[in-house]
Write a protein that binds this ligand. Structure first.
Ligand code: UT7
Length: 333
């Protein structure tokens, strides 16, 4: 048994914010942002929420798959920026789409969130416990960004992406002889380095607690530390996943990496000794949307007809935690 992605969807806020707009807010320039990150513009929520974007993306994925909401077994929403701590975003999506028979919960692995959700769904479906899952990565990071901090506010964008995955028979062969489905995965965490990318919640505030002091409610990032971590760990974990599956870099048709920085993606391509043309990117238009980057990219490629049956994709995410991982997927839709 393996799984097949039978539908994808995405949703972006209406408001476009260009690098020129950013230069009016903080001391930066269009060139600096574009040259250092590859980002030209991003979408910022003015009325949208994580729940509304996730709902829109999730509905689009179900529509493509031709699945009724009442047939959905499991909903996992990966997010680190929900509006509400309770109830979780996945339960809000469940209610909004009318998936009354689904079990729904959130998962927070920051920018690796969608990948971890995909792997979690895969594990559930493999046991036979559920036969399908709607997995969503959604963020409104603009709430967590300090809009006076030029080193972080220029990087992030808001959005959501979704995939509907269904259990499928492992012996289904594509025309090129490959079996559709997940061929391998690696997931890793290194909590000891977690504070290089952090964002605080509320501190203790009960009558018995010691004063917890000032907390910074905004995203803090040691950009260079994260950059070094990503350029070292991402190629290593992709190679590990490929090794485990008995495959090499040459066997891969497309690498869908977390869209944080074009220089990180170029460096990973170089370390893997693979052609940069195999690394599709959309960050110039949408910025870093954390857990939403991979599913939004996947949906754009799918809707543009760029994913052929039998194509071998590597999805790889990395981010706060620190968390990172890679999954190898033969496209079978
Ligand atoms: O999804 C989560 C994962 N996050 C990431 O993957 C982010 C990884 N890190 C990066 O992508 C890069 O480190 C950044 C894009 C965040 C920064 O690029 P960098 O080349 O590492 O720049 P830097 O932090 O070394 O800063 C270089 C200079 C500094 O000035 P001084 O100290 O050299 O005078 C910064 O103050 O650039 C300055 N700077 C800016 N200048 C203009 C920082 N931000 C800006 C800005 N505009 N927006």
């Amino acid at each position: 048994m393996t799984i097949k992605i039978t539908g994808t969807g995405s949703a972006l806020p209406e408001k476009r914010v260009t690098n020129f707009d950013m230069a009016e807010l903080v001391e930066t320039s269009e060139e600096w942002i574009r040259e250092r990150t590859g980002i030209s513009e991003r979408r910022i929520a003015t009325k949208e929420t994580v729940a509304s974007l996730a709902t829109q993306a999730g509905k689009a994925a179900l529509d493509m798959a031709g699945c009724e909401a009442s047939e959905v077994d499991l909903i996992i929403t990966a997010t680190c920026s929900p509006e509400l701590l309770l109830p979780c975003c996945a339960c809000q999506v469940q209610s909004a789409i009318g998936a009354e028979n689904a079990v729904a919960f959130d998962l927070n692995a920051a920018c690796s969130g969608f990948l971890f959700a995909l792997n979690t769904a895969y594990a559930y479906l493999q046991t036979g416990l559920y036969k399908n899952a709607l997995i969503i990565g959604g963020e409104v990071l603009s709430k967590l960004v300090d809009w006076t901090d030029r080193s972080t506010c220029v990087l992030f964008g808001d959005g959501a992406g979704a995939a509907f995955v269904e259990a499928s028979e492992a012996d289904e062969l594509c025309e090129n002889g490959r079996k559709a489905g997940i061929e391998g995965m690696v997931m890793s965490s290194d909590g000891s380095k977690g504070m290089v990318l952090s964002c605080a919640e509320r501190g203790l505030s009960n009558p018995y607690s010691e004063a917890s002091g000032e907390v910074n409610p905004y995203i803090y990032m040691d950009g260079q530390a994260v950059y070094k971590f990503a350029t070292r760990q991402v190629p290593a974990c992709i190679n590990e996943a490929l090794d485990k599956a008995g495959l090499t870099v040459e066997d891969v048709d497309m690498f869908l990496l977390h869209q944080a920085n074009v220089r990180i993606i170029e460096s990973v391509a170089k370390r893997l000794k693979s052609d940069i043309s195999k690394f599709p990117m959309n960050l110039s238009r949408v910025g870093n949307m954390s857990s939403a980057t991979i599913p939004v990219l996947l949906d754009e490629l799918n809707r543009d007809g760029k994913l052929e049956k039998g194509s071998r994709l590597v999805l790889s995410g990395f981010g706060a935690g620190l968390t990172y991982g890679a999954s190898i997927l033969v496209w079978g839709a």
